[in-house]
Design a protein around this ligand. Structure first.
Ligand SMILES: O=P(O)(O)OC[C@H](O)CO
Ligand code: FES
Length: 476
């Protein structure tokens, strides 16, 4: 059995890639949902690959990952919108940074870009700060929903004979003959022939269980505002000019029509600190207003949230075999990790089959590459939706009015394993809308309870202990 530890976008895509060769692939995730760690708190950008330092693994894998998203989006039924991106300059110093980015793009072999002058960019982005002088425009940049990629990759693993385990926190590893005994917090254990450590923020700590010292990972927090769909601020992703620390606070259109403003970049002590702070949010607000002065922070804000970057001193990905063999550590996957993830998955398989590890893998002939998705009925055509309603009236029963999600879609997600409100939220977008579930959460609880016979008091928002109902209620 091949074990992949870490069910974020990187781990899930690695498991899927190995599964194309080997049926017995087990994906272990410590949280109770796939893609609910670093993957969830992410800008969701498929970067163009022009700005990573030439010669780094980031540069090698980012552009390749970007290109792989076309095929991946078809195979996994995920949305990738190639909205393009602009890095914008407002003064001479920033203009010279745009020149450096162009040089970098050339060194990274990225040809898909254009340097735009003031008029050209304002034509494309009329709400942009009118003081803009120049832009580095990259049409192949895009946006996606990172957790959806991870969830669909995990589903593809299950369809192809692999297994996905949640709430499995690895606590001990023993070398047994040529294998690894993996012992989890719940006292379960599995014997693996080969292990891939893709544990995001915790990859350095997990490596220690295998006796390996990896570059130290420290969390760098990014805070965000999520805007609703009422106002269209930009057509594409808008970056300021970068600093050595960060690509900066951006304005990003999301796949479902909203906008993100953020992230800032602040080092924090704890890998569990996902809190937003008044100072951090003020910083994001001020910086994003410099890009789009009409961003209205007084209304239309759906929520604020924070994500953590798994940062290392060298700021590059670290992918290598452990000292005792049969384990590959995939660590330091900071930005552009989401973009690079499909390429990282292929890189790891190359590692396995080439002279680096000499593991004999052969492509499976029974592999099913396409994974379907529960159709979001409001996005289908009306005739189709009417036909579905004729067959199943619950396809016409609206549960989440903000994001227009029907009872049928929620029941499908439960059939696919959803058990918490966040499972439903990330699978269907119900409770992800402007009212943030004020209206639909009680209905979702009721449906989960009816379908699974879990009492409403025992249904969690996400992690263990995040109950929604504290005591008995009359009825929901
Ligand atoms: O701030 P960076 O450079 O870590 O980039 C983070 C994201 O990719 C862009 O929001
Ligand atoms: S009704 Fe579901 S988020 Fe508002």
């Amino acid at each position: 059995m091949i074990a992949v530890i870490g069910g974020g976008i990187v781990g899930s895509l690695i498991a899927r890639e190995i599964n194309k060769y080997e049926k017995d692939v087990y994906l272990f995730e410590a949280k109770n949902g796939i893609g609910m760690g670093v993957t969830k708190g992410n800008s969701g950008i498929v970067h163009g690959g022009y700005d990573d330092p030439p010669g780094t693994l980031r540069a090698e894998l980012c552009y390749m990952g970007n290109r792989l998203y076309d095929e991946l989006s078809k195979e996994l039924s995920i949305e990738v919108l190639r909205v393009g991106s602009h890095v914008v300059a407002f003064n001479n110093e920033e203009v010279s940074i745009i020149d450096e980015i162009e040089e970098n793009a050339i060194n990274n072999n990225v040809k898909e870009y254009k340097i735009l002058d003031k008029n050209e960019i304002l034509e494309m982005e009329p709400l942009l700060n009118q003081n803009v002088l120049k832009s580095f425009y990259c049409p192949i940049a895009g946006v996606t929903e990172p957790w959806e990629v991870a969830m669909q990759a995990a589903r593809s693993l299950e369809i192809n004979g692999g297994k996905v385990f949640k709430e499995k926190k690895l606590v001990e590893v023993n070398r047994k003959n040529n294998k690894y005994e993996l012992i989890f917090e719940d006292a379960s254990s599995y014997l693996a022939d080969l292990v891939v450590n893709a544990c995001g923020l915790y990859a350095d700590e997990v490596a220690k269980l295998f006796g390996d010292n990896l570059p130290f990972i420290f969390p760098v927090k990014g805070e965000y505002f999520l805007f609703g769909k009422d106002i269209k601020y930009t057509n594409s992703v808008i970056f300021p000019t970068p600093t050595p620390l960060t690509k900066g606070c951006l304005v990003v259109p999301t796949v479902d029509g909203g906008f993100l403003a953020g992230p800032n970049a602040r080092g924090v002590k704890s890998k569990k600190d996902f809190s937003t702070t008044p100072e951090g949010l003020l910083e994001v607000k001020e910086k994003s207003l410099k890009l789009i002065p009409s961003l209205d922070f007084s209304k239309n804000i759906v929520k604020v949230f924070a994500g953590l970057r798994p940062e290392t001193q060298k700021k590059d990905f670290y992918i290598d075999v452990g000292e005792h063999g049969n384990v590959i550590h995939v660590s330091g996957i900071r930005s552009p990790g989401l973009t690079a993830a499909p390429a990282i998955a292929k890189y790891v398989v190359e590692f396995l089959i080439t002279e680096k590890m000499h593991i004999g893998l052969r492509k499976r002939e029974d592999y099913i590459s396409h994974v379907g998705k529960i159709p979001h009925l409001v996005e289908t055509n009306l005739n189709y939706w009417e036909k579905v309603i004729e067959e199943d009236s619950e396809a016409g029963e609206m549960i989440c009015f903000c994001n227009k999600v029907t009872k049928k879609e929620i029941k499908e997600a439960i059939k696919n394993g959803a058990r918490t409100v966040d499972d439903i939220k990330f699978a269907t977008r119900a409770s992800f809308g402007e009212c943030q579930g004020s209206f639909c959460t009680s209905k979702i609880l009721k449906i989960i309870s009816e379908e699974t016979h879990i009492s409403p008091q025992d249904i969690q928002q996400n992690e263990k202990g995040s109950w929604i109902i504290a005591s008995e209620v009359r009825s929901i």
